[in-house]
Design a protein around this ligand. Structure first.
Ligand code: BJW
Ligand code: ZN
Length: 259
């Protein structure tokens, strides 16, 4: 798709123009981050309020942290699982689910760094979870992965029924590789997209952040939805700055009205 970036003409006009580009796109991919769930009441990782009990995410979300102090790490994840029982998808999640519904899943991919399951809860179907899920546990001994919904509480230090080794959240920690099949599909979807939405992410964590230049260099129009400019902004054709729970419904409503 050929598109020339223009100077910003104000948010409403930019949303309208981006929505038209979205409507004309054959394939749309979306990359989401913690900001998309902020309006559901889930804290983001970085910036104000991004610390947990004085720890940075890099201090609790690593294999070394788990080896050193599994109780601390499980406290972090069990608190987040408990919190999940009380949260619901917000209008941003619903707008993305509706976009997939309108287009058909074969022309849409939702790539998320989030582990909260809120995109699926909103009805999204073609969801690629790059960093795992809070609703699954994995045995650190035998590797068995099981669904364990947040409504089903875990002990402070859960162990495997089969081999007695410690269980861990089925989450991708720093210094761990992303699930290869999920990453390969995400990179293919980004490269295939005519429009690539990047919403609610600081775009500082790799390899997820690479999806933006992958999409851009394959010719996609890049639309950023965030409260502020980010590391991804250098690739952006449209920067729509405001809460994603307000911007995404406006972006997709235009599509519904346009045809
Ligand atoms: C709103 C909003 C509203 C708020 N509306 N917007 C040096 C250079 C480059 C890379 C590296 C490096 N050193 C190390 C690395 C690699 C490392 C990395 O990227 N580090 C960087 C931090 C420097 N990456 C890894 O280690 C990855 N693995 C890897 O590289 O493996 C290689 C390997 C290969 C083979 C063998 C072995 C290894 C793994 C990364 C895993 C990340 N995991 C985490 C935590 C686990 C999940 C969990 O517990 O929840 O995932 S980190 C954390 O950051 C979490 C998130 O998914 C991820 C991204 O954060 P996100 O979503 O962008 O959130 P924030 O808080 O950063 O931003 C929120 C945004 O929302 C802001 O922009 C706000 O403005 C905005 N916002 N309200 C709209 N209402
Ligand atoms: Zn086991």
């Amino acid at each position: 798709m050929q598109y020339q970036a223009e100077q910003s003409r104000g948010l409403a006009a930019d949303i309208e123009q981006a929505a038209q580009v979205l409507r004309d796109a054959d394939y749309v991919a979306v990359l989401t981050g913690a900001g998309v769930s902020a309006e559901s009441g889930i804290a983001t990782f970085r910036g104000a309020g991004g610390l947990w009990e004085g720890h940075r995410i890099e201090e609790v979300a690593t294999p070394h942290a788990f080896q050193r102090d599994p109780t601390l790490v499980w406290r972090f994840y069990n608190q987040r699982r408990t919190k999940l029982c009380a949260v619901k998808p917000n209008p941003g999640h619903h707008a993305l689910a509706q976009l997939e519904e309108q287009r058909g899943s074969e022309r849409f991919a939702l790539i998320t760094q989030n582990v909260d399951g809120l995109h699926r809860a909103a009805g999204s179907r073609h969801v690629l979870e790059l960093h795992g899920s809070l609703a699954r546990i994995r045995c650190s001994g035998c590797g068995q992965v099981d669904e364990r919904p947040p409504e089903d509480p875990l002990p402070d230090l859960p162990t495997c029924d089969e081999c007695r080794a410690l269980l861990r959240p089925d989450i991708v920690w720093f210094e761990e590789p992303l699930p290869e099949d999920v990453w390969t599909e995400a990179a293919e979807c980004a490269a295939r997209s005519d429009v690539f939405l990047v919403a609610g992410t600081s775009a500082v964590v790799y390899p997820a952040a690479r999806l933006v230049p992958i999409a851009k260099s394959a010719g996609a129009v890049i639309v950023e939805i965030n409260l502020t400019a980010t590391e991804a902004s250098q690739w952006v054709d449209f920067g729509l700055y405001g809460p994603s729970g307000q911007i995404l419904p406006r972006l997709t409503r235009w599509r519904a009205a346009g045809r």
